[in-house]
Ligand binder design. Structure first.
Ligand code: FES
Length: 173
């Protein structure tokens, strides 16, 4: 960019030299004005472009329902821009198992009409939306920490932090 501006400056100077021959020390005001404008352009082109502020993110950890042979629970991790996605979508995109056997074949595809996308929020509940009416209906007799992943919005576009989710809490041992 700087070399282009330099070439333009050289081009503008030629008529100036020809018309003011013998008086090179005093170029016309018009040409001086153009040079000034060009030098301002060069200065602004070298400044860093105004960066778009990054959107807040939510970190997610998904704990498996059953421990491995060594007693540790499997953990999957994912990240999501705050307030843009449902927990179900994030799990699907990251190929994190959500459904138990029946839900795998009979889930409603996120429509809130099967009640099979159950997860438990172990930490970071304050980063999620409130339970919806659909959840109130399907999870009436379940622990407060249980949610339907297709009803759970991760973040509110402004918050950030970490949410820890237990998959298939109905299988927990
Ligand atoms: S996928 Fe059916 S209620 Fe969530």
């Amino acid at each position: 960019m700087a070399s282009l501006s330099f070439a333009a400056a050289v081009h503008l100077r030629r008529p100036d030299v020809a018309s003011d021959f013998g008086n090179r020390r005093k170029p016309s005001n018009l040409v001086r004005g153009k040079r000034l404008a060009l030098s301002l352009n060069v200065t602004s082109s070298t400044e860093p472009s105004s960066a778009v502020p990054e959107k807040p993110e939510i970190e997610l950890e998904f704990i498996g329902p059953k421990p491995a042979a060594d007693g540790s629970y499997p953990v999957d991790k994912a990240k999501a821009v705050s307030g843009e996605k449902l927990l179900r979508s994030i799990m699907n995109e990251n190929k994190i198992e959500l459904y138990a056997t029946y839900g795998k074949v009979m889930n409603c595809g996120g429509g809130g009409s099967c009640g099979t996308c159950i997860v438990e929020i172990l930490d970071g509940n304050d980063l999620l939306n409130e339970r919806t009416n659909t959840e109130m209906r399907y999870l009436k007799k379940k622990p407060e920490s249980w949610r339907l992943a297709c009803q759970t919005i991760v973040g509110n576009k402004e918050n950030s932090g970490k949410v820890v989710v237990r998959r298939l809490p109905q299988w927990k041992k």
